[in-house]
Design a protein around this ligand. Structure first.
Ligand code: DC
Length: 240
């Protein structure tokens, strides 16, 4: 991965966790912040989508948690962490397109609620974060609370349901905004209400409401928070 600037190449590795519901600008923000600061980038939602795609592809009954649990360790998921060109494969198959279909989107909450799936994917996420030499921006739902509770910086992005639905409809090229809003609220409720590692804000996370902010403003806000964190860490180190 290319390093963006000298500041990034000399700075200590930093781990940034960005959580929040869908439509808050998490992916666009996380990718841009990682690219700007020369960090790796991990989309954990893509991993849950990839395992869901695998389940569908192999005809697993996704209404049966025990059937999902029994095969949770079988799919080999590989994530490419370059923020300029993130990739995702399952058993060597490029699934970047198929994981964004309506079918996968409607089934991912059920699959990702199964504890065996979460254990498997969480291990994968931790090993990717540990291997990121210059640091990493990891986006998801439970990164600050469960996956990387010792992250250097935790951000929780929010936005009104209307703003989130409008953004998602735009991404889905003109999809019906009311249907999108309903589907989004339903998925958030499932992701927040599940027993294992639900969507939640960590106690020490900085909450950023993106409803009235442009993407560029959100990116600038997060970059500033990372730089402040890095400066504080450097100061502490120098004082020792
Ligand atoms: O970010 P996304 O919409 O692509 O995520 C898809 C689903 O994956 C989301 O509905 C819940 C699940 N997910 C999760 O359970 N934990 C994460 N850390 C990331 C995503």
């Amino acid at each position: 991965m290319e390093t963006a600037g000298t500041a990034a190449s000399t700075a200590p590795a930093v781990i940034v966790a960005i959580d929040g519901p869908s439509g808050t600008g998490k992916s666009s923000t996380s990718k841009a912040v990682a690219a700007q600061l020369g960090l790796s980038y991990l989309d954990t939602g893509a991993q849950y989508r990839a395992i869901t795609w695998w389940m569908v592809h192999h005809g697993i009954d996704i209404t049966d948690p025990s059937a999902i649990a029994a095969v949770a360790a079988k799919a080999e998921i590989v994530s490419g962490t370059d923020p300029a060109a993130p990739t995702i494969t399952v058993d060597g198959v490029d699934v970047a397109g198929p994981i964004r279909t309506q079918e996968v989107t409607s089934k991912v909450s059920a699959v990702s609620a199964v504890p065996e799936v979460r254990t498997r994917i969480t291990e994968l996420q931790r090993s990717i974060a540990a291997g990121a030499e210059r640091g990493i921006v990891v986006e998801g739902r439970d990164i600050g609370t469960t996956v990387l509770p010792d992250a250097d910086l935790k951000i929780f992005l929010t936005a009104s349901p209307e703003a989130r639905a409008a953004r998602r409809s735009g991404e889905l090229k003109g999809a019906d905004i009311h249907a999108t809003r309903e589907a989004l609220i339903k998925r958030d409720a499932a992701d927040s209400g599940r027993k294992t590692s639900p969507l939640a804000k960590a106690g020490d996370a900085v909450e950023v409401d993106t409803t009235d902010l442009t993407l560029q403003q959100v990116i600038e806000c997060v970059v500033t928070l990372v730089e402040e964190k890095r400066a504080a860490t450097e100061e502490k180190r120098a004082a020792k």
